[in-house]
Design a protein around this ligand. Structure first.
Ligand SMILES: C[S@@+](CC[C@H](N)C(=O)[O-])C[C@H]1O[C@@H](n2cnc3c(N)ncnc32)[C@H](O)[C@@H]1O
Length: 339
């Protein structure tokens, strides 16, 4: 059995997470007319976007959400100078947005956010310093949970699921063409002993794929790791639910910005902006997604796959087919098919 490490050995304070497409995010933020806006950051992470927005707008109030308590602790330290304008909430954004939506329905004086940000995925701290096996380049415990409140770890998924189900998940959520071979290799390995380390899983995957793929542009385990992480955290379902809830929560004229990092995430955000936004009278602020500049990609390779989409809520919000202001809508009531 491989030796497991909970601690990557890195000093996590020395890791720097650069906020992705910061100038573009700020360029949408300055379009908010309210001089004392309320910002809802659904993915606070390392607090990079938060710091820049709080500095740019001395009258802004900020709510920061993150599922990862370690991320919240770190950003609380970073943002301590703004603590009088900052509220931190630990939890998954879809669940907290549902709570907020219920409060909005219940309280007449509920303050709706003027600006909502989703910067999806993980921060560099989680990849490089969390010890939770998000990266295939470190030998860490195969955990991959954003929140310790989740029950099933990546090791549970990898060791428990039948091979065919595992192959389906790796194909669906990783778009991995060698999913069957990979699932077979996992099945064989776990017959000897449970798979518990990220490095062991990565080497297993690398050996399972053809040599040309093994030495390709990306690490051969990239797509499988993405798939397992998505399953562990229910990422796509949460994104789908959260975007609808967030849009419904926006103040009239408010702006919603979503930054996605892989095609599955962006597909949801694209459909949401096109279909849901249009039905509800939202304005799509960029017809094609914005992508980071070449300079940004050179300075921060983690930004290179980012796609930013933005919507502005109408000044008076109407539910489709009704003349009244809407309550919280369910996406499936509005869209022909789920996102
Ligand atoms: C890319 S980082 C955000 C970085 C941040 N914008 C910054 O500039 O430092 C994404 C963060 O969102 C959190 N996250 C991802 N999915 C989430 C979810 N469904 N609910 C709550 N937090 C989530 C992750 O834990 C991570 O800390």
């Amino acid at each position: 059995m491989e030796e497991l490490k909970q601690d990557s050995g890195l000093n996590t304070e020395s890791i720097i997470h650069k906020p992705v497409m910061l100038q573009e995010v700020l360029s949408f933020f300055v379009r908010i007319e309210n001089p004392a806006p309320l910002v809802l950051d659904c993915t606070l992470g390392a607090g990079g976007h938060a710091q820049a927005i709080l500095e740019a707008s001395p009258a802004a109030s900020y709510i920061g959400i993150d599922a990862d308590p370690e991320a919240l602790e770190r950003s609380a330290r970073r943002l301590s100078a703004f603590s009088d304008r900052l509220t931190l909430r630990e939890g998954f954004f879809d669940e907290l947005l549902l709570d907020l939506s219920e409060s909005a329905k219940a309280a007449k004086d509920f303050r709706k956010p003027d600006f909502i940000l989703f910067d999806l995925g993980l921060s560099s701290h989680q990849y490089l310093g969390s010890g939770r096996g998000f990266s295939f380049s470190a030998d860490e415990s195969l955990d991959m949970r954003l929140s310790p409140r989740l029950e099933d770890t990546a090791a549970d998924i990898v060791n428990r699921l039948p091979e065919d189900k595992l192959a389906d998940l790796i194909f669906k959520y990783g778009e991995e063409r060698y999913s069957r071979r990979i699932a077979r290799a996992i099945g064989e390995a776990r017959r000897n002993a449970p798979i518990r380390s990220s490095a062991f899983l990565a080497s297993l995957i690398a050996k399972a794929v053809p040599p040309a793929y093994r030495h390709g542009r990306i690490h051969p385990a990239t797509r499988s790791f993405q798939a397992i992480r998505i399953v562990v955290n229910g990422e796509l379902e949460r994104e789908e639910r959260a975007l609808v809830l967030a849009a419904n929560l926006l103040a009239p004229g408010g702006i919603l910005v979503v930054i996605a990092f892989h095609s599955l995430e962006d597909r949801i955000s694209k459909r949401f902006c096109r279909e849901y936004g249009k039905i509800r009278g939202f304005e799509e602020l960029c017809r094609s997604p914005l992508v980071p500049s070449q300079e940004e990609c050179e300075a921060n390779p983690a930004a290179r796959s980012a796609k930013l989409r933005a919507l502005r809520a109408p000044l008076s919000l109407r539910a489709p087919g009704t003349q009244k202001a809407p309550g919280i809508l369910n996406a499936s009531l509005v869209l022909k098919a789920p996102l």
